[in-house]
Design a protein around this ligand. Structure first.
Ligand code: WQD
Length: 336
């Protein structure tokens, strides 16, 4: 019988790509999203990509009633929990809102899953729980810490999940620590679409390439890195989505919990990304070097070995694929 998965935050950037990947893998999928950080027309575009209606509930993971409604109306086999606030800078301004949505939202979901007899969950975590990692590439057993309220909520969520799994062996939990997601679906119909001025590097460069922003501010070129700019492990969102499918597969097949990095093991600098995006869009992109951004570190690179061992996951796409797919997506948006 076809397994049905609940995606909280499934209309968002990574959620929407994971929706497509789960459907392609033969799962049925239901989306819950409050559309606070997603546009409703994503649903229409998911229907075009998958060629089928998209079951979606508009509501908040903090609302037990809508969760009960979903678990009553659908036989849910497991959940992938994306719904969360995720802007590091914003989290320092409204920490309580981040704690309520990210931590209380997880607790509410877990309680309703337990009540419904659903015990498989994949959790969207982040490399930010490593803080300034002392080992690069960073393995999963590195010490965890937090340097922002956002990172605190991810670490707290991981520890809640660990406690829940330790107390009740019916739970099978996949904790996925994302490094730097980037890129878009090959159709160009879904991708990263932040409102306002993007915090993250690739969407900011994309807006410079579109002419919506004048130039990129390079946050420091005095880091101890090959070209002085920050180095990150960018992973194509399509690879990331596939990692979620492998995680839910593993939970279903083994019933064992896992915590893995989702990264490539390859680091790219800000200038690497800028040059790659210039190749993708066919134009020079203006930039200026500014002081470092508070909280940034020189390197964030995943050790990808455990994901390979536990899930059979390895990223397949590189920076040029990410930039080309991002340009295809963003230029279609502009012309649509
Ligand atoms: C990448 C590099 C910047 C913007 C954050 C969160 C992390 C995760 C991914 C949620 C850095 C430089 C950036 C710009 C720049 N989010 N940069 N100019 O900071 O590695 O990670 O997003 O899970 O939790 O911390 O990503 O894209 O912001 O920065 O020079 O306008 O690009 O200094 O070196 P980051 P980023």
């Amino acid at each position: 019988m076809t397994q049905k998965i609940l995606l909280t935050g499934g209309a968002g950037y990574i959620g929407s790509h994971t929706y497509v990947a789960l459907k392609a893998a033969g799962y049925d999928v239901v989306i819950l999203d409050n559309f606070s950080n997603a546009h409703h027309d994503v649903i229409d575009r998911l229907e075009v990509i998958t060629g089928a209606p998209v079951p979606v509930y508009e509501g908040d993971v903090l609302d037990p009633a809508i969760l009960r409604k979903i678990f009553t109306e659908h036989e849910i086999a497991g959940a992938v929990h994306f719904a969360a606030k995720k802007a590091v800078g914003e989290s320092t301004e409204i920490p309580l809102d981040y704690i309520e949505t990210n931590v209380s939202g997880l607790v509410t979901l877990l309680k309703e899953m337990r009540a419904a007899g659903v015990f498989r969950i994949v959790f969207s975590s982040s490399a930010t729980v490593y803080g300034e990692a002392d080992v690069v590439p960073t393995p999963e057993d590195s010490p965890r810490s937090y340097s922002s309220p956002y990172a605190f909520t991810k670490l707290a969520s991981e520890q809640i999940l660990e406690q829940v799994a330790a107390a009740d062996d019916r739970w099978a939990i996949g904790i996925l620590r994302y490094f730097n997601p980037a890129g878009a679906h090959p159709t160009g119909l879904i991708g990263e679409d932040p409102d306002g001025i993007p915090n993250n590097l690739m969407p900011y460069i994309a807006k410079v390439a579109m002419g919506d922003l004048e130039r990129l501010s390079v946050f420091g070129d005095d880091y101890p890195t090959p070209d002085g700019t920050g180095v990150r492990d960018y992973i194509h969102v399509e690879d990331l989505a596939r990692g979620h499918v492998l995680s839910i597969d593993a939970l279903t097949q083994t019933g064992d919990s896992h915590t893995v990095n989702l990264g490539t093991g390859q680091g790219y600098s800000v200038f690497d990304m800028l040059k790659s995006y210039e190749r993708a869009c066919g134009q020079d992109l203006a930039f200026t070097v500014t002081p470092r951004r508070a909280g940034d570190v020189p390197y964030y690179i995943a050790n990808p070995d455990k994901a390979k061992d536990v899930l059979g996951f390895a990223a397949e796409m590189g920076l040029d694929d990410m930039c080309a797919s991002s340009w295809n997506w963003i230029s279609r948006r502009k012309n649509s």
